[in-house]
Structure formats: C-alpha cells, structure tokens
Design a protein around this ligand. Structure first.
Ligand code: SAM
Length: 294
C-alpha cells in the first residue's frame, strides 16, 4: 500500500462502541498535557507515568500499531515527557537507537544504552542529522501552535517506507445516553478549548490527524479509534479498570487548566476553583456515562 510518496504513516486512535454500557474496546486517553501544566513538577511526572500505564492497559501492552520491522533502527519519540515510552521501546527492541526529545529535562539518567534524550523544541528546525525509521508522539494535542508543521517535519525526517504514529485524545468528552448534558464536566471541555485557543494553544483535534497527515504527504494512513471511560461506570471489567485509572488521571488534569481560566477567560480564582470542584464531582459520578475518544 505505498504510492510515490517516500513515506507511509500510521495514525491510530481507536475502535469505538457507541453504546452506553460498553463505551469502548479500549479506553481513550484524554487531555494529557494541558498548556499550563509544568511537566517538571513531580506530580505531573507521576501523572505521565500513570498515563503510560493507562495506554499499556488500553493497548494490551503494545507500544505501537505501525507494522515495524523485527529489528527497527532509528526511532524518535517527540514530546517524550518522562521518557517512559522511549525507554520501554528501547528495552523491547535492542536493535533500535531511540531518541526521546522534549522541551523539559525530566527524563531519568539511568536508561538502556540504546536510548538517549535530547532537549529540543519540536517547533524549531529538526537537526537530527540522519532520518528515522519510526517517529512516535503521544498526548501532544495541546502542545503546538500548529500541529501540521510538526507532521510536516516528521515527514521530512523519515527514511523511505518509514512510519509516523500519533496517539492522542479528543475533547469534548462524549456520551451516548444524555447523562453528560448540562454537566460541569462537559462545560469544562468547552471552557478548556476556548481558553486554550485564547492563549494561542488551540487544542488539535485528533479526528483531523488523518487528513493533516495526508496533506503533508503521508500515504496509507490508518486511524484507530478507542475510548477511555471517565470513571468506573462501564460493566465490562477491563473498561471498569481503565475507567478507574482514567478517573485518577482526569482528577489531576481538571485543575491543571486553572490558569487558562484566570488568564484567558478572565475568571477570578474563587470562581475557577468552585467550577473545577463541580467538574470533579461530575467526574466521580457513575451516573454520568462519559468517555474520551482516543
Ligand atoms: C502530556 S506530555 C506527554 C509525554 C509523553 N509523550 C507521554 O505520553 O508520556 C507532553 C509533553 O510534551 C512536551 N512538549 C510540549 N511542547 C513541546 C515542544 N514544543 N517541543 C517538545 N516537547 C514539547 C512537554 O514538555 C511534555 O513533556
């Protein structure tokens, strides 16, 4: 399935079930990184590692969907965060030379010999010297001014036949039975999207990634849609477990946008705190059957 374009790409989101009792075959991660959360804060680093656990649970231990060769070579993980995905990839594929890049130096010192980290702004020119076989990015939907420029850089930095894969979450949250309507939780999504846009960090919509990838030259783009229930409301045991972890992840994410509310929406701190408290209560409410599309 290749065309003249030198690279092919793989962008996955997840298979979805749109009924209220079984929101997804696997859970959807959400708003991982809010524009205002500082990754170097210990609690945020712990949250990123929690989120890595959620992804592993979601994907049954898989680290990628792209059909990589048995012995992958050069691999880049953009916005690597604590580097946990890059480290696990390097351990699983000793043949690979894995580079994790991030704005923040929050990666550990003791890592596999085939993994290293670089402090880079992915929005700057990429100067990696040699092309990559595989470029990966996860939960980066609110990191860039214009995500299409990042996709174009990925395209330019892949060797022929290489793969680019993004795994990201969508806002607003969704629901199939109306129980999300009128909640502070849904309003949190609307406010976060408008506030982030107002501070110049428009939340990218992963549902557009496929067409953006194609617009910068990728071919054979595959999209997989998944869902993450927001708490333990599903009956399915795996989804229930996923919902438990997603609820904890979201409990930490909801207040992370407070500065967006005070700076961009002009709210005072008391109003923002009270609103986030209401959204937190909705998050814990098992009668609200919401999920995030991933
Ligand atoms: C939500 S975290 C995701 C971390 C990691 N991909 C994961 O899934 O565990 C987003 C990361 O992107 C990084 N980031 C944000 N803007 C960036 C940029 N312009 N260039 C490089 N990294 C960036 C942040 O520092 C943060 O570590």
């Amino acid at each position: 399935m290749t065309t003249e374009a030198p690279t092919s790409s793989s962008e996955r989101v997840a298979d979805a079930h749109d009924d209220a009792t079984a929101p997804a075959s696997t859970g959807g991660g959400v708003a991982a990184s809010i524009a205002t959360s500082a990754p170097e804060v210990d609690s945020e680093m712990d949250r990123l590692d929690l989120q890595n656990h959620i992804w592993r649970l979601t994907l049954d231990g898989r680290l990628h969907f792209a059909p990589l060769p048995d012995l992958p070579q050069r691999v880049l993980d953009i916005g690597t965060g604590t580097g946990i995905w890059a480290i696990e990839f390097a351990q699983r594929y000793p043949s690979a030379e894995v580079i994790g890049s991030d704005l923040s130096p929050i990666q550990p010192d003791f890592v596999p010999p085939n993994c290293h980290f670089e402090i880079d702004d992915a929005e700057d020119e990429w100067v990696y010297g040699q092309p990559f076989q595989y470029i990966h990015g996860r939960t980066l939907m609110n990191c860039f001014k214009d995500i299409s420029t990042i996709f174009a850089k990925a395209y330019d930095n892949l060797s022929p036949g290489g793969y680019f894969e993004m795994q990201d979450g969508c806002l607003p949250f969704r629901c199939a039975d109306g129980t999300l309507e009128g909640t502070a939780l849904l309003e949190w999504c609307t406010n976060t999207l408008s506030g982030s846009a107002a501070v110049g960090r428009t939340w990218a919509d992963p549902r557009n990634y496929k067409s953006i990838m194609e617009s910068v030259g990728f071919v054979d783009v595959t999209e997989t849609r998944l869902k993450w229930p927001l708490n333990t409301w599903p009956k399915d045991p795996k989804l229930k477990e996923l919902g438990m972890w997603v609820c904890e992840d979201m409990r930490q994410i909801l207040p992370a946008v407070k500065r967006v509310y005070t700076l961009a929406l002009g709210w005072d701190v008391e109003r923002a705190d009270a609103f986030i408290e209401r959204a937190q209560a909705d998050l814990r409410n098992r009668r609200i059957h919401a999920w995030t599309d991933m």
